[in-house]
Structures are given as structure tokens and as C-alpha cells.
Design a protein around this ligand. Structure first.
Ligand code: ATR
Length: 300
């Protein structure tokens, strides 16, 4: 199904579509979003007479955009870069997990009231379970890029479920001390360590790590310098690269393949965070296979 694209200004006088537009993803830019190709097949599979559209919303206009979407009869919205933090202050009710993760990526509109959720954290847990058959609570986790928004969400979520050990790595080391203080306040049971992105520094931690998460944008470009030294991975490592590169596997995924290690990429997170959003909107299990097929088609 085609995925219509709208601007913020069009929200004032939204065109009547068939089926009617009831769900949207907002961001800036937004034209690249694969979410419609995942959610429209899900709506069809469940026989819901609605469609999911993309809306480009400039920074600073999120609250206004939400107000207009409520007025136009929308049921739900996904919020992507750079609006996940702005959305936290733009909803009526913030779910406690979203408050703790510091970002809202899903809006559910019920009786004109706006409820904000975060499905990235729970989506990470579900995707690790699906890809590796393991629970994050049982794993020793290394997050590369813990100082960014995505890395922070994965770190907080991992601590909330009580992972066995957490090593936080970031290019800008000064971002790690405040994060460790915040995470220590959530749980004193998890063992925290920090490190730089220096290959030798990371390599020292790998023997005591099960799950390696890349939460940086490194890997999006073919010319990016690899995050890990060649030969650093073992077959027992679980490699989760939040980056998805349409042109082929990232260096990290290739290194995992060479080591015989299991791996997952950004598509896995997109699928599962989307499924949890769908469940917030409709209160029924998401048709995961229809969503997965839709995504596959979108990227092929
Ligand atoms: P977001 O907050 O949306 O996740 P971000 O602020 O750009 O995105 O940060 C993403 C993460 O990628 C950060 O940890 C960032 O490191 P810094 O905190 O040092 O900026 C990391 N990152 C981005 N480009 C990088 C690069 N070329 N090498 C290493 N880390 C990089």
C-alpha cells in the first residue's frame, strides 16, 4: 500500500482518505520512514478500516501537531527523531516507563486524551528474546554509544530488568559519569563499568560480556571505522547492531558472521517497538508476521 506523506500545515485541513488516516509517524525528516509499510499491512491483517501516514513536523511544533491530530480524529502516533524528548512534555499522561527512559515514541489518543509511551525499551527486550532466545536480565551487556539517546534507553531498560553486568562505552567519556549516577539510583544490584571506544579498552571487557549492543550511528556509512578490532568477537557473543544499513550488513554484523556469533540489526528493533505501539493503540496482539513481511518488502 502507498504511504502518503503530509506536512505540518496540512494537519489544519486534513484531506479525507480511504481508508481514513487514523495513525501517523511524525519526525523531521520523515520521508525515509518504513513504519507505514509495517503498520498498514498490520491494519489490513486485523481488518481495521484505517491507514497509517507520515507527517513531517518541525522541531518546536510537536505539541501543536498532537493537538491537530487529535482534532482530525487520529487514534495513535509514533514519534521519531528528533521529537522523542519534546513529546514527553506534549502529552497529557506520561507512562512511568517512558518517564524513566526520558522519551516518548508512541502516543495513544483515548477520548481526546493523549497518553505517551516508550516502546523502544520493551521492543529491545522482545527483540533480544526473539533473536537470541535469551532474556536481558540473564545477560552481561556492553552498550557502545551509551551516551546517546538510543544507548541511554537501552541502558536504563537493561538496569530495570536487572541485567547481570553493564559496561557503558562512549566516544565522549564525560557523558558516562552522569549516566552511571542515574543508573545506580535505579538499581544498586547491577555492576557498572565504563570504557572508551578504544579497541584495546573494549577488548578487555569482551571476555566478561554476552550481549554487545551498538547504539551509535557508526556503520550507517560503508566508510565508517569498525567499532571492534578484527578477531575480537567469539562465537558465544550475541551481537545487536541498532544500525540497519540497506546496502548490506554493517562491519559489526560482518565481524559477527566471521566469528560464528549470532546477530540482530536495527530492523529487529523497528519491528518489535512497532508491534508494542500497535498493542497500545488497539489492545490486541500485533500481527507480527504481517508486519515483518511488510518491512521485508519495504527494504527489498
Ligand atoms: P541519539 O541521541 O539520537 O541516539 P546522538 O546524540 O547522535 O543520537 O548519539 C548517538 C551516539 O552515537 C552517541 O553515543 C555518540 O557519541 P558521542 O556521545 O561521543 O557524541 C555516538 N556517535 C556518533 N557518531 C560517532 C562516531 N563517529 N564514533 C563514535 N561514536 C559516535
Amino acid at each position: 500500500m502507498a504511504s502518503p506523506f503530509f506536512t505540518f500545515d496540512q494537519l489544519h485541513d486534513f484531506p479525507a482518505l480511504t481508508p481514513p488516516a487514523r495513525l501517523a509517524v511524525i519526525g523531521d525528516p520523515i520521508s525515509h520512514s518504513k513504519s507505514p509499510q509495517m503498520h498498514n499491512p498490520a491494519l489490513q491483517a486485523c481488518g481495521i478500516e484505517a491507514q497509517y501516514v507520515r507527517v513531517q513536523v518541525p522541531v518546536g511544533q510537536v505539541k501543536q501537531a498532537f493537538g491537530l491530530l487529535v482534532k482530525q480524529g487520529f487514534l495513535g502516533v509514533n514519534i521519531t527523531i528528533p521529537h522523542k524528548f519534546e513529546a514527553l512534555d506534549a502529552v497529557d499522561v506520561v507512562d512511568p516507563l517512558a518517564r524513566q527512559l526520558g522519551a516518548v515514541n508512541t502516543l495513544a489518543i483515548r477520548d481526546g486524551k493523549m497518553f505517551g509511551y516508550n516502546t523502544d525499551g520493551p521492543g529491545f527486550l522482545r527483540s533480544v528474546k526473539e533473536a537470541f532466545g535469551r532474556e536481558v536480565k540473564d545477560l552481561r551487556v556492553l552498550i557502545i554509544g551509551a551516551g546517546g539517546g538510543a544507548g541511554r534507553a537501552v541502558a536504563v531498560q537493561s538496569v530495570l530488568v536487572g541485567c547481570k553486568r553493564l559496561v557503558l562505552a562512549n566516544r565522549t567519556e564525560s557523558k558516562l559519569a552522569p549516566l552511571v549516577a542515574e543508573l545506580s539510583a535505579i538499581s544498586s544490584a547491577v555492576s557498572f563499568q565504563t570504557c572508551t571506544l578504544d579497541h584495546t579498552d573494549i577488548a578487555q571487557h569482551l571476555p566478561e560480556i554476552d550481549l554487545i549492543v551498538n547504539a551509535t550511528s557508526v556503520g550507517m556509512k560503508v566508510e565508517d571505522t569498525p567499532l571492534l578490532a578484527t578477531g575480537g568477537l567469539q562465537s558465544r557473543h550475541l551481537v545487536y547492531d541498532m544500525v540497519y544499513r540497506a546496502s548490506g550488513p554493517t562491519d559489526l554484523i560482518q565481524q559477527a558472521e566471521q566469528a560464528g556469533a549470532r546477530h540482530a540489526d536495527g530492523m529487529c528493533l523497528l519491528l518489535h517497538q512497532g508491534a508494542i505501539s500497535f498493542e497500545h493503540w488497539f489492545d490486541i496482539p500485533a500481527p507480527l508476521e504481517a508486519m515483518r513481511e511488510g518491512l521485508k518488502t519495504a527494504v527489498s
